[in-house]
Design a protein around this ligand. Structure first.
Ligand code: ATP
Ligand code: MG
Length: 415
């Protein structure tokens, strides 16, 4: 048997879990500041949800899904992203009957069968936000502001916000025709994937990573010259709202984000050439999945990439003090006392440990040092008889005489 986690997966080890707790709390609080509530959807969904909701021509659906048949012969897929399941839950639970907009956030694992390379896992995690029911550009601006703060609050610098508008189906139709006309002359030089895109979704050629395709699209027409009045007004408002919030941005007409359902605003946050967040407006998706015709906006942040960025920037996340008090004991009677003492202190919220090994007092003190306990008490016959003990502060070795019956006093010393 191989004692190895499946390729592309990672254990979260105790030495790192504090980082995840900190980041999760931070994101939860931040999302709440913007009026978002948490939604939790299942780890797997019916496959059809993703083929429709993510789009049949996307890499995710064509190559990356973990799909299998369950014992009832249903095609099931481990969720590769959070938007489609959130939309499904919104429709199924008729959340559209509540006061709109519906502002949701989630923290999820996502599963994609990808080629292994730096920054790519097969189980990774995302922070995401989805807002349903608001058509105004002010929500785009607020959600972009939220996503930027998810990085800047942590002290991450050098963030670049790139925005674009990819219009609505009607202005995009005209643009796609102009784009096809431009690309026709270079059709033979496009990569194989883009040859397929040329027919199905020509706009996606604009963000192809292939070198030849990148060269070809340099002179391509810009979607921004084709926006209809409504889409242009939406984009202008977004820009003025971002400016009002002092958020710097760059306009990049090459950002398209794969899906047909994306409309108007799309954006990416880049830090040192790595895309750390992506999102946009997808006014067609709720209806496409079978719900009412309602607008929507969302984004997702890769948590592992966020942590990678923190490490590269040398930003340390605050660590919780592991243990407040270690109680060493010399014999069985004092061990019973140590159990009683920590039981009471834990109820008051202190993190305590006692000895569970065949260790003498010296070895127990060594252990207390190792686990970085803030304080240590040694209990023996004398301590039990006199009901007093010495509370040792491990940082400087200073000792305080305490009364073992006076929990309040011990507690006050410890906090
Ligand atoms: P990429 O272009 O890097 O493949 P994507 O467009 O597939 O990204 P999204 O679907 O927008 O990514 O997911 C949002 C975020 O999730 C990404 O910006 C990235 O930070 C993270 N992410 C996506 N795929 C992976 C993966 N396989 N491993 C780790 N993080 C990932
Ligand atoms: Mg991808």
């Amino acid at each position: 048997m191989s004692i190895q986690a499946p390729k592309g997966t990672k254990d979260l080890l105790p030495k790192d879990s504090h980082k995840w707790h900190f980041l999760e709390n931070n994101f939860r609080n931040l999302a709440k500041e913007y009026g978002c509530s948490e939604i939790r959807t299942p780890m797997f969904e019916n496959t059809e949800l993703f083929t429709r909701g993510v789009g049949e021509t996307t890499d995710v659906v064509q190559k990356e899904m973990y799909t299998f048949f369950d014992k009832g012969d249903r095609s099931i897929t481990l969720k590769p992203e959070g938007t489609a399941p959130t939309v499904r839950a919104f429709i199924e639970n008729t959340l559209y009957n509540d006061a709109q907009p519906t502002k949701l956030f989630y923290i999820i694992p996502a599963f994609r069968y990808e080629k292994m390379q730096k920054g790519r896992l097969r189980q990774f995690h995302q922070f995401g936000v989805e807002v349903f029911g608001a058509e105004e550009a002010s929500i785009d601006a607020e959600m972009i502001s939220l996503s930027m703060r998810a990085f800047s609050d942590l002290g991450i610098k050098g963030l670049e916000l790139n925005i674009n508008s990819i219009g609505c189906p009607s202005c995009r139709k005209v643009f796609n025709e102009a784009l096809q006309k431009y690309l026709k002359a270079n059709y033979d030089n496009l990569c194989e994937t883009c040859k397929v895109r040329f027919e199905k979704n020509p706009m996606r050629i604009l963000d192809c990573k292939n070198k030849n395709c990148k060269e070809i699209v340099k002179g391509a027409p810009s979607i921004l010259d084709y926006l209809c009045d409504e889409c242009e007004e939406h984009f202008d408002k977004l820009k003025s709202y971002l400016t009002a919030m002092d958020i710097d941005y760059k306009i990049d007409p090459l950002i398209v984000r794969g899906l047909d359902y994306y409309t108007k605003t799309v954006f990416e946050i880049i830090q040192k050439d790595i895309t750390v967040c992506g999102g946009g407006r997808y006014d067609g998706l709720i209806e496409e999945i079978g719900g009412p015709s309602l607008p929507a906006f969302g984004f997702a942040i890769g948590i592992e990439r966020l942590i990678m960025t923190l490490e590269e920037e040398g930003i340390e996340l605050p660590r919780e003090n592991p243990i407040d008090l270690f109680v060493a004991s010399m014999d069985e009677t004092s061990k019973i006392q140590s159990l009683k003492l920590v039981n009471e202190l834990r109820k008051k919220g202190l993190k305590c440990e006692i000895n569970h090994m065949k260790r003498n007092v010296k070895a127990q003190m060594k252990y207390s040092n190792k686990i970085e306990a803030s304080y240590t008490i040694v209990l023996g016959e004398t301590e039990i008889q006199t009901k007093t003990a010495k509370l040792k502060r491990m940082s400087d070795g200073e000792q305080f005489e305490i009364n073992l019956d006076n929990l309040k006093e011990i507690f006050e010393k410890l906090v």
